[in-house]
Ligand binder design. Structure first.
Ligand code: KG4
Ligand code: ZN
Length: 347
C-alpha cells in the first residue's frame, strides 16, 4: 500500500455516491490516497428541465452504476478481494437516487463478505479536503483539528466546528436557500443555463461587481446565512430594467451577485474561525469550485485553508471513501438493514 502519514490502520475502501445527479465510484487507501475516481454526470440529461428531475436521475443511476463501479476498480487495478469495506452515501439526497447506490453497495458487501459503511454526504464533502491522488510525490498536509468547515453545496450552506474526526458542532446554517441554490436560481433569473454556479462564474469574469449593491444578509452576529434576499434583489433589478426596456447587464448582475454571496460566506467564516481559535479552515461542497471564493479564502494569511481540487468539490465518491475510511477505523460500520436517509443533518 502507498505510504501516507496516518495514525490509523491501513484500509482500502470502495465507495459509491448516487445522492443526486452524479453516479460515482472510487477506490481509496488509508483515508487519503486516491487510486481511482469515476464520475458519470447527468448534467446533459437534466439541462432540458432546468434542474434535476428526480425520476430521471434514479433511472439513469440504475443504467450507469454497474459500469461506474467496474471502471473504478479497473482504474485502481484492483478487484473486490482487495477491498476492506464498501462505503456508500446514505443521505441526505434524493430518495430514489440514494436507494440505487445503497442497493448496489449492499449487493457487493453481501457477495464479498465486506463491512458496509453508510456515509453522510455532507461529511463526505468535508473529507474531500483530505484527498490526494496516488501519484502525488509528497503527501500534502491534512487539515489540523480543531477545524472550521464551510460547507456550501446545492442543498446546504453551513458552518461546522470539527473538534476531532467525526465530531461536528453546527455553528450556523442557511435559513432559506443554500448558496448553490441561490447561484442556480439567480442564473435562471438572468437567463443563464443550468447548473447556475459555473454559468454565473463565467459571466461574472467580465462583469462589474460594484455595479449593483445587493444585500449582504444576515448581519445579526450569528453564523446563519440567508440568500433569498439577494436573489429577490436580483429579481427586482431585472424587473426594473425590463420595464425600462433596457438590455440586461448579465455580466454585471452575475459579478455583483457573486460578490455579495462570497463576501458574506467569507466574513462569517473568518469571524467563526477567530472566535473558536481553529487551526484550519476547510471550504467544501460544489460552490467551493467557485474561483472567486477560492481566491478570497486563499489570499488571507490568518488561517491555513484547505479547499479540495476542483474535481472533488462537486459530487464524487472519493470524498465518500475518505469519510468512510474514518468511520471504518473508528468502528462505525453498519448493518445490512440500514435504509437511506433523504434528510440527515450532520449534527
Ligand atoms: O456539492 P454539489 O455538487 O451537490 C450538492 O451536494 O448539492 O453542489 C452543486 C452546487 C450547485 O448548486 C452548483 O450550481 C454549485 O454547486 N456550483 C457552483 C460552482 N460549481 C458548482 N457554484 C458557484 N460557482 C461554481 N463554480
Ligand atoms: Zn454534494
Amino acid at each position: 500500500m502507498s505510504n501516507s502519514k496516518n495514525n490509523f490502520p491501513p484500509a482500502r475502501i470502495l465507495a459509491i455516491e448516487s445522492s443526486c445527479d452524479e453516479t460515482a465510484a472510487a477506490v481509496l487507501e488509508n483515508g487519503r490516497v486516491l487510486l481511482s475516481s469515476v464520475v458519470a454526470s447527468q448534467i446533459d440529461l437534466h439541462t432540458q428541465y432546468g434542474g434535476v428531475f428526480p425520476e430521471v436521475a434514479s433511472r439513469q443511476h440504475i443504467r450507469t452504476i454497474y459500469g461506474v463501479v467496474d471502471q473504478a476498480l479497473e482504474k485502481a487495478h484492483m478487484s473486490l478481494e482487495n477491498m476492506d469495506a464498501v462505503a456508500v452515501t446514505r443521505g441526505p439526497g434524493l430518495a430514489g437516487s440514494l436507494v440505487v447506490g445503497m442497493n448496489m453497495a449492499k449487493g457487493l458487501v453481501l457477495g464479498n463478505q465486506l463491512p458496509l459503511i453508510g456515509v453522510n454526504h455532507l461529511e463526505g464533502h468535508i473529507y474531500s479536503a483530505w484527498l490526494y491522488p496516488a501519484e502525488t510525490p509528497v503527501p500534502p498536509p491534512a487539515p489540523e483539528f480543531p477545524i472550521l468547515a464551510l460547507l456550501v453545496s446545492g442543498g446546504h450552506s453551513e458552518l461546522n466546528l470539527i473538534t476531532n474526526h467525526l465530531e461536528y458542532q453546527r455553528l450556523g446554517s442557511t435559513l432559506d436557500d443554500a448558496a448553490g441554490e441561490a447561484f442556480d436560481k439567480t442564473a435562471r433569473l438572468i437567463g443563464l443555463p443550468y447548473p447556475g454556479g459555473p454559468s454565473v462564474q463565467k459571466a461574472a469574469v467580465n462583469g462589474d461587481p460594484k455595479r449593483f449593491n445587493f444585500p449582504r444578509a444576515l448581519q445579526d452576529g450569528s453564523y446563519n446565512f440567508s440568500f433569498s434576499g439577494v436573489k429577490t434583489a436580483v429579481l427586482r433589478t431585472v424587473r426594473e430594467l425590463e420595464i425600462q426596456n433596457a438590455p440586461l447587464p448579465v455580466e454585471d448582475l452575475a459579478a455583483s451577485f457573486q460578490t455579495a454571496v462570497i463576501e458574506v460566506l467569507f466574513d462569517k467564516t473568518m469571524k467563526a474561525a477567530q472566535e473558536y481559535k481553529v487551526k484550519s479552515i476547510v471550504v467544501a461542497g460544489g460552490v467551493s469550485a467557485n474561483q472567486q471564493l477560492r481566491d478570497t479564502f486563499l489570499s488571507q494569511q490568518k488561517f491555513p485553508v484547505f479547499i479540495p481540487p476542483l474535481k472533488y468539490c462537486t459530487d464524487n465518491a472519493a470524498m465518500i471513501a475518505a469519510a468512510g475510511y474514518y468511520r471504518f477505523v473508528h468502528g462505525k460500520t453498519d448493518n445490512l438493514d440500514i435504509d437511506v436517509l433523504p434528510t440527515w443533518p450532520l449534527s
